[in-house]
Write a protein that binds this ligand. Structure first.
Ligand code: HOZ
Length: 439
């Protein structure tokens, strides 16, 4: 039995200090009815709690830790950078270095603005889309989560789905009425909306690979349809690749599916574990951003030298030319992920438990469902009680997963074949626990 005595005491104290004891809701483990391990440190593929338990980590700080925790190259670069001061609020060369590298990997980004979080990136991209088009409405997809700015907290996924409150109190009717939500992967629904009000729509924003209703992949041709419809109606297409950027493929979903959005939002990996996000895209649109143009957006810690350093060091590792005969970084992660999911499928089948697994490069997810999951409704219909039992069994066995079926799991370069074998073996026991629920 996992000993979480110290974590439980730390959580009790934190609950007196912070709402629900946490600074971001899903971390509270409320949805899986147990106390969260309080983390002491993390290294490579592993994360360690204050009770001394070691886990193989597939949360990876919810995505950023693509090269594993405390990678020596990232740590060294950060140590050196810290000795030169931690914030200047003034331009630096490293901002341009990171910008250039991101733009090489994302050719659709012709101009970029660095910000501090995915929320800031999507919020700013929407303001820009409205400023550029002179229109007010935006279209988003049910179960997609784009951070917590008011316009986007309507029918949202992630913690909103986990806690069953997909639209938040505090968002004014005026704001909500400019946000139109449409089911994901439903060509007919989006076509109808665009036919009705397309000329008032500033932007269609989408997670091209949806990661916040669990991992849900776009149907073939769906992203092309969004591109065609937005072009037809003069609306901008915004890809929120905060989660799937550098993951669905090195060049994100836009490279994997061959669709060029007008604007892209990036986050997570771009900061290598420090708070960085960015929005960017077509030059003529980005030219509207202050001080080039009138659309205002600013930030004291934007382009922070430590954050830029961690992002640059991380991107340099994942974009490096592979050594002779080796697959490139992203490909390696994809192959490892595939191996893990094949193992899970095999063990689930042997236990007689129906699951659906999804993969996009190094992102992956599991649903306890007989039928495939294509949208938020399907995701809600998956068996969350089974997920809970499975999750707890995995945690007991030292496998650290996101505590909600509405989140995504991530592979890193630090995960080993041994980790994958251990995780498959743990899943076998966890599926047996799920099977036992039915007896
Ligand atoms: N809910 C976010 C991920 N989809 C962030 C979770 C966290 O950092 O607690």
């Amino acid at each position: 039995m996992l000993n979480l005595t110290k974590s439980a005491a730390a959580f009790a104290e934190a609950k007196e200090l912070m709402p629900g004891g946490v600074n971001s809701p899903v971390r509270s483990y409320k949805s899986v009815d147990c106390n969260p391990p309080f983390i002491d440190h993390a290294l490579g593929d592993k994360i360690y709690d204050i009770d001394g338990n070691e886990y193989i980590d597939y949360v990876g700080s919810w995505g950023p830790m693509v090269v594993g925790h405390a990678h020596p190259k990232v740590v060294k670069a950060l140590q050196e950078a810290a000795t030169r001061g931690t914030s200047y609020g003034a331009p630096t060369c490293i901002e341009s270095e990171l910008a250039k590298l991101v733009m090489e990997v994302y050719p659709s980004i012709e101009t970029i603005r660095m910000v501090n979080s995915g929320t800031e990136a999507t919020m700013s991209a929407l303001r820009l889309a409205r400023g550029y088009t002179g229109r007010e409405k935006i279209v988003k997809f049910i179960g997609c989560y784009h951070g917590h700015s008011d316009s986007l907290l309507v029918n949202a996924g992630s913690g909103m789905a986990t806690f069953g409150v997909p639209s938040s109190p505090g968002v004014t009717k005026g704001t909500a009425q400019d946000t139109i939500s449409v089911p994901y992967n439903d060509e007919e629904a989006i076509t109808k909306v665009m036919e009705e009000v397309g000329d008032e729509v500033a932007a269609v924003i989408v997670e091209p690979v949806a990661g916040n209703m669990g991992l849900v992949l776009p149907k073939q041709g769906y992203l092309r349809k969004l591109r065609d419809l937005t072009e037809k109606h003069g609306a901008l297409l915004i890809f929120d690749e905060v989660m799937c950027g550098f993951r669905a493929s090195l060049g994100g979903a836009q490279a994997a599916y061959g669709i060029t959005p007008d604007l892209t939002c990036l986050g997570k990996i771009i900061g290598g574990g420090l708070p960085v996000a960015a929005y960017g895209g077509r030059k003529d649109i980005m030219a509207k951003v202050s001080p080039s143009g009138p659309v205002y957006q600013a930030g004291t810690l934007s382009g922070n030298p430590l954050a830029m350093t961690a992002g640059l060091a991380t991107l340099q590792i994942i974009t490096a030319e592979p050594e002779d005969g080796k697959a490139d970084y992203s490909r390696e992660l994809t192959l490892k992920t595939k191996k893990l999911l094949l193992g899970w499928q095999e063990k689930a089948k042997a236990a007689g438990v129906a699951i659906q697994v999804h993969q996009a490069g190094s992102m992956f997810g599991i649903f306890f469902s007989e039928k495939d999951v294509l949208n938020y409704e399907d995701s809600c219909n998956a068996d969350q009680e089974k997920f809970k039992v499975w999750f707890k069994s995995m945690l007991e066995q030292g496998i650290y997963l996101a505590p909600s079926q509405f989140e995504t799991l991530f592979m890193s370069g630090a995960h080993t074949d041994e980790d994958i074998d251990r995780t498959i073996a743990a899943a076998e026991k966890a599926f047996a626990a799920v099977a036992a629920m039915e007896k």
